[in-house]
Design a protein around this ligand. Structure first.
Ligand SMILES: Cc1cc2nc3c(=O)[nH]c(=O)nc-3n(C[C@H](O)[C@H](O)[C@H](O)COP(=O)(O)OP(=O)(O)OC[C@H]3O[C@@H](n4cnc5c(N)ncnc54)[C@H](O)[C@@H]3O)c2cc1C
Length: 365
């Protein structure tokens, strides 16, 4: 079976690696380097704490892959979510019960326990939070390189311009016939598919990150900490720098990777409210990337109904790095066996958006 994968980001690369030796696979990337899309902007967070079982299962399938990949620089610093809102805490309690049911050691925390995890965090207005010690981070670009070095046939500078009606793709380097085409081109997938008459509910939204130098004496080794009420997060980098972001969830539609400096005060205000010592943190730089969001924050993984040979692995939102290995396993099963035992694939299907009874969901970020 010959499979063409469109898009050499982490999702396409993980799938190509997963299919090695099981099918003839060609990975096509428009740019002259792989991973310059959202993958190069991902901050590398890996977490099991989601409110949807399918996303928790994808984490369980994926994160051990990074843990076993020396090149990825896996660190297990945990993720801490905090809130001052009773409704949010109730939702977090429900999510933790579901996560524990799937074997994840996430737990609810009282404000005093939160204070012990992040010295200097303001807890007088908090009512609780959650923590999972299995959560952490890794380096997306290094992981991408590790997948490709397993022997993937990647064609760089080869842009897919259209889908061939008989199967395969039309590219800037000529036509490539194939039994199956997997579109894994992130935020660019929607236009390519629309030109082929396939509509997918995936919107492109900018997300920005501010790189900060911590104040002198700021504790190292804190968990990735997220204030659920503002979205603000602080992500401790291996280098000792801190990443701030999260206050621009989906309010910036568009594809241009421009920083909105008007958003900086909002991030700083949310951060210094939660951890007052961070008012002494110094800005190093800001950057922006584009996330491909679906209405329910779950990716679309599977076939396009009525279009034999056309498959999707798109809409990975803010978790495409962490979930790429698990998504690859699920899609490889569907492509090669027609079914998967790994999770309920209908939760990730394109058809779910036509189901009038479907329950919508938004996860943290
Ligand atoms: C600021 C920011 C922080 C993030 N932090 C995290 C995080 O902490 N953890 C996490 O898990 N995720 C995170 N994400 C999300 C993550 O980056 C994405 O979900 C993931 O990178 C998606 O990978 P992808 O391969 O689908 O897309 P991309 O990396 O965008 O790759 C798509 C590729 O397709 C190529 N392409 C496009 N059109 C064509 C064409 N016609 N022909 C051939 N090639 C084409 C592009 O050049 C690109 O290389 C973050 C995203 C941003 C923006």
């Amino acid at each position: 079976m010959r499979i063409v994968i469109v898009g050499g980001g982490i999702v396409g690369a993980a799938l190509a690696a997963q299919l090695l030796g099981r099918a003839e696979v060609v990975l096509l990337e428009a740019e002259t380097q792989p991973g310059l899309g959202a993958t190069s902007k991902a901050t590398g967070g890996l977490r099991h704490q989601f409110s949807s079982p399918a996303l928790v299962q994808l984490s369980l399938l994926s994160i051990p892959v990074y843990g076993a990949m020396p090149e990825a620089g896996f660190r297990q610093h945990g993720y801490l979510f905090v809130t001052a809102d009773g409704n949010r805490l109730a939702a977090m309690r429900e999510a933790v019960a579901m996560q524990q049911g799937l074997g994840v050691p996430a737990r609810l925390l009282a404000p005093g326990e939160i204070a012990a995890l992040v010295p200097g965090i303001r807890t007088d207005d908090l009512i609780g939070g959650t923590f999972c010690p299995w959560d952490g981070s890794a380096n997306p670009t290094d992981a991408l390189g590790a997948f490709l070095r397993r022997g993937v046939d990647i064609r760089l500078g080869c842009r897919v311009e259209g889908l061939l009606s008989g199967g395969g793709v039309r590219t800037t380097s000529g036509d490539i016939p194939a039994d199956a085409v997997v579109v894994a081109s992130g935020a660019w997938a929607r236009d390519l598919l629309a030109a082929a008459g396939v509509d997918i509910p995936v919107g492109a939204y900018r997300r920005q990150v501010f790189v900060m130098t911590p104040p002198a004496g700021f504790p190292t080794g804190i968990p990735m900490t997220i204030d659920q009420d503002t979205g603000w997060y602080v992500h401790p980098e291996r280098s000792g720098l801190l990443l701030f972001g999260g206050t621009d969830r989906d309010d910036r539609p568009g594809m241009e990777e421009v920083v909105d400096w008007d958003g900086l005060p909002r991030v700083l205000e949310a951060g210094t409210h939660r951890v007052p010592a961070l008012s002494e943190a110094a800005l190093v730089r800001g950057y922006a990337g584009v996330r491909a969001l679906t209405p329910d924050d779950l990716p679309i993984v599977g076939p396009v109904p009525g279009r034999p040979g056309l498959w999707l692995s798109v809409g990975w939102g803010g978790h495409g790095f962490m979930h790429a290995p698990g998504g690859a396993r699920v899609l490889a099963d569907l492509l090669l066996r027609g079914t998967t035992d790994l999770l309920d694939a209908s939760a990730l299907s394109l058809e779910r958006f036509s189901d009038p009874h479907r329950k919508g969901e938004q996860t943290a970020f």
